[in-house]
Design a protein around this ligand. Structure first.
Ligand code: GAL
Length: 704
């Protein structure tokens, strides 16, 4: 079948490469010569250049030096490598920060930063915007038609916020538009009569500050929305010359997991390709969140298998931002980082496994930070393809070139999609609102992100392809939609859930849902607000047991999911009454014994389930096991997976590619169901029946 160019028209293979900073080595041209020899050996096909090169490109204001980059771009092209060419705003040259102090950010404490570090420019500063546009215009003019150029890498890891006078003005202007110049509407939305916080004039509005306002939750929420808006606006300024001068060159910017400061879903329409930077800390067992089921077949520490679930979630999230299109793994470390608490080295096999896990979830590129270790400064000990030793005879270089070879062997996967008919809802605005609210737990244990990942993990362990969407996305393409802790119902979400269920969809939500509207104002008339009719329940109170305390719950005999036995609830226990719903489980302890702990409501052709309390991971796995038995969905593999083994699937209309991954340090065996053998692309041989996975082994099978 001919390849459909989903990722980029020029590319019909998986790409491999790294952040490349020749600007640090211009005084040692022999090093750069060596780089090009080594890139070939490492089977690289794409290099990200110029990310922090502003000082080399414009060492003094208005004085441009492009000769070195000309040479690099030419050499990339001569060597058959693509360039992912960055705009250099991730770090400003010193002259810009010193001569134009207004480009330095002001913190929430209203203190302006001194020149230094990176990722800290003021997005509202007219000078900053002008200087960024100027250098980007030059880059577009010079390289927009260069044969090496594949795409633009806009800045680097946008993040943080600015509280300067410029930004205060921009915030007020944004609010005036949002509230249509109606200050009363803003005061009502923010419930500012509370503590006499009413605004009499737009000019009184200030961004949240530790020594100022933080109690008006509507303000805090709108400020966070504004920061996303302002970041995207700055980004638009950055890419205006690129789009104008080189309209056919796609662009991306690199995300960071579930970074709290930006709503990445809002970037969907401005980016051509989604990309992100993944730094899993393999082999470092951190304690997991408290789990009453731990020790009961559940990991108490974040082992490699559990960590893989987290990173698979992040991959799925980034893929879903661009509606399922393949994404770029823009950065990952070839060995260890220099900023995590412990720089554990990747065990043999783990580098390949970690990279292929990204591909399994939709990555079409595997790229690293960094190509070569810098000799000095902040990241000199960060893992790199080329170590200070400077040659290819290292374990890490071997691992990297092995991945290069593997990506070539599995290249036909490029452009294929992940066929998900389950979606887990992860919503940044909801997260901000939950995190900002006082109560019902103030020890951080509402833990929205972890809760969403707990629900996701249950599907991941079953090898069920899953999208991660926010509340604004359509639901109709899915069979099952899981929305843990949808505290804030964004406009239209409840209505869409109701339609989805009525049309035969399966919806699952939990405690602490349907509490506030998009202004963070509580629904009147009973929780879960607009979700009440679809769920058929009424929530009266929510209990927050102290750390270590649990409540017993038991499944009711003959419940339609066929679940039996008991489970523990902790942290948040909603006390609900059924209206049209049926109880599946009830609490057995405390004064709310007998109240439902899990319910189902039939509506039209569908089902709406409610989990009233947080449970442990074993209980969640049982729950979702029963749920998908009752409501079948697509699975990567119709076979039980041994603990530690994950399965994922991509398909391109002609072929289905099965990824079987062993996240354990011991070998594992997986029984492929009868008739589902295929051609294993890495080793190039036919497999069926029982397959043996090496420690940290991975197979990519084109199913027959
Ligand atoms: C990323 C950043 C890179 C590099 C890397 C180190 O967050 O984009 O420039 O600093 O971390 O792990």
């Amino acid at each position: 079948m001919s390849y459909t160019p989903i990722f980029h028209p020029k590319v019909d293979k998986l790409l491999h490469g790294a952040d490349y900073n020749p600007d640090q080595w211009l005084h040692m041209p022999e090093v750069i010569d060596e780089d090009f020899r080594l890139m070939k050996l490492a089977r690289c096909s794409i290099m990200s250049v110029g990310i922090f090169a502003w000082a080399a490109l414009e060492p003094r204001e208005g004085e441009f030096h492009f000769e070195w980059l000309d040479r690099i771009m030419d050499r990339l092209a001569e060597n058959g490598l693509y360039a992912c060419l960055a705009t250099p705003t991730g770090a400003r040259p010193r002259w810009l920060a010193v001569d134009y102090p207004e480009t330095n950010r002001v913190g929430a404490d209203r203190v302006r930063l001194l020149p230094g570090m990176r990722h800290n420019h003021n997005y509202s500063s007219p000078v900053m915007i002008e200087k960024a546009k100027s250098i980007n215009t030059k880059l577009a003019e010079r390289y927009g038609g260069h044969p090496a150029l594949l795409l633009w890498h806009i800045s680097n890891e946008y993040g943080g916020e600015d509280h300067s006078v410029d930004s205060q003005q921009a915030f007020r202007a944004w609010l005036r538009e949002r509230y249509r110049d109606d200050l009363d509407a803003l005061n009502r939305a923010w419930w500012s009569a509370f503590w006499s916080r009413t605004y009499q004039d737009w000019s009184q509005i200030e961004s949240p500050a530790p020594h100022g306002e933080t109690a008006v939750h509507g303000l805090v929420l709108d400020w966070k929305r504004f920061v996303t808006h302002q970041t995207i606006e700055f980004m638009r300024h950055e890419f205006e010359p690129l789009r104008r001068i080189a309209p056919n060159v796609p662009l991306t910017t690199n995300f960071m997991e579930t970074y709290a400061g930006l709503d990445y879903f809002r970037f969907a329409d401005v980016l051509d390709v989604a990309s992100w930077d993944a730094y899993p800390q393999w082999h470092t067992p951190y304690p997991m969140r408290p789990d009453p089921d731990a020790g009961d077949g559940q990991a108490a520490t974040l082992d490699d298998y559990e960590r893989a679930a987290h990173f698979s979630f992040f991959h799925d999230l980034v893929r879903s931002v661009k509606h399922g299109r393949p994404f770029m793994l823009m950065e990952s470390t070839p060995s260890a980082t220099n900023w995590q608490p412990y720089a554990a080295l990747k065990r043999p096999g783990m580098h390949r496994l970690s990279c292929i896990n990204a591909v399994a979830h939709g990555a079409d590129t595997i790229q690293y930070f960094q190509w070569r270790k810098s000799r000095g400064a902040f990241e000199k000990f960060h893992g790199a393809v080329v170590d200070h030793a400077g040659h290819e005879n290292t374990r890490v270089f071997g691992d990297v070139s092995d991945v290069g070879t593997v990506l070539e062997r599995i290249g036909e996967v490029a452009g294929s999609r992940v066929p998900a008919n389950v979606a887990v809802v992860f919503d940044w605005e909801n997260r901000w609102a939950i995190d900002e609210a006082k109560g019902p737990r103030n020890d951080g244990r509402t833990a929205y992100v972890e809760t969403v990942i707990d629900h996701y993990r249950a599907f991941w362990k079953l090898g069920i392809p899953t999208d991660v969407i926010d509340e604004t996305r359509p639901l109709d393409a899915y069979t099952i939609v899981v929305a843990p802790m949808v505290y804030m119902l964004r406009p239209g979400f409840a209505e869409r859930v109701e339609k989805f269920v009525a049309a035969g969809g399966v919806f699952v939500t939990t405690y602490w849902s349907g509490i506030v509207d998009e202004s963070d104002l509580c629904f009147l008339g009973g929780f879960p607000g607009p979700l009440r009719s679809v769920l058929g329940i009424r929530s009266e109170e929510i209990d927050a047991p102290a750390p270590g305390e649990t409540r017993r719950c038991r499944y009711l005999d003959g419940n339609p999911l066929g679940l039996s036995g008991s489970f523990s609830a902790l942290e948040l226990c909603d006390v609900v009454h059924t209206e049209s719903a049926t109880a599946l489980a009830t609490y057995e302890s405390d004064f709310y014994a007998g109240h439902p702990a899990a319910t189902v409501n039939r509506l039209g052709d569908g089902f709406a389930y409610y989990l009233a309390a947080r449970s442990g991971n074993r209980a969640l796995s049982q729950w979702y096991g029963a749920l998908v038995a009752a409501h079948p969905v697509r699975r990567a593999l119709d076979a039980p997976l041994p603990a530690g083994v994950a399965a994922a699937v991509r398909e391109n209309g002609e072929h289905t590619f099965l990824f079987v991954q062993n996240f354990r340090s011991t070998a594992s065996e997986v029984e492929l169901p009868h008739g589902s053998g295929g051609f294993e692309l890495i080793d190039g041989k036919h497999v069926d029946g029982s397959i043996e996975l090496a420690p940290y082994g991975v197979m990519v099978i084109r199913l027959d």
